[in-house]
Design a protein around this ligand. Sequence first.
Ligand code: KG4
Ligand code: ZN
Length: 340
Amino acid sequence: MNMAVNILAIETSCDESSVAVIQDGRVIRSNIISSQIEIHKKYGGVVPEIASRKHLEALPFVVQEALSEAEADFKDIDGIGVAYGPGLVGALLVGLSYAKAAAYAIEKPLIGVHHLEGHIHAGFLEYPDLAFPLVALVVSGGHTSLVYLPKRGAYELLGQTRDDAAGEAFDKVARHLGLGYPGGPQVQQAALQGNREKLLFPRAWLEKDSLDFSFSGLKSSVLNYLNQCKMKDEAYDIPDIAAGLQEAIGDVLATKAVVAAKKKKVPTILLAGGVAANLRLREMLQEKAGQENINVLWPSPVLCTDNAAMIGCAAYYKYLRGEFSDLTLNAVPNLSLFTS
Ligand code: KG4
Ligand code: ZN
């Protein structure tokens, strides 16, 4: 009989201290997420120094909670998975230092995981039998990338943002609209009352055939519109602005994801990252992909935003491949997932 493999996974790359116990890469025995959002909210974004300090305070308790919810002990753990980049270096170092100490103490492998590889694996947690090849659209506060996965563990970059990430565009505009942090969920909520056809904000399609993105022009255009209204003392409608912004972001993301899937002749597009929680993006993608007989899948909301379960799933497959990390592993704030 095969013994189960239990990975204890740690994620501290931004403002969530999260620890999970994942069995065989598919069973979430626990996934504890301690969010710092309430603390960073008043600054309008994540303050790196505060994030590191809060991770340090929270992590030992989050580990205990994750083990206790999983009804497990360190002796049941076969490997320690940890996100070591990209992200805020101080924040990453807290999780990584804990992971190294734990791996050393229990004499089990340390498995460093790329944060985006984690986001993609949220899809494999939700759909363990998901087949390759596929294209993943990874959209978060720090990343907007189209990734081709010919097989497990192989990642080819097809396109990425040249400036702001999609989540960043949501967050920055939301801040100017006074909607608070993080902006994506607030924009989505406000957009429900708005008319998405009223304000047609620009879409940056870039060069023909390019699968890259650019959202800084869109962000400036929305902010210009807002400033002009204010200067002319004209009324503006926040729900309409939110709906117009969400539409412009969703349109470009969904269109390019379908072009990428067609180019690579894959039957499936996997959505990943915090922005994958956006309902209008899902709807647009499903509509555009459906016309080409391409399937679209996304993880449940709790697995879209930062969490340790996704890191544990990615770590499990690395464990099976024997891809272990050395205890000298360092945090890499701009870590790349791609070899070429
Ligand atoms: O993946 P994530 O938790 O952290 C990063 O790795 O960046 O993503 C956070 C981002 C934020 O920019 C947030 O505004 C955005 O995801 N987000 C959303 C939604 N929920 C979270 N954006 C649009 N619609 C949502 N429902
Ligand atoms: Zn993330």
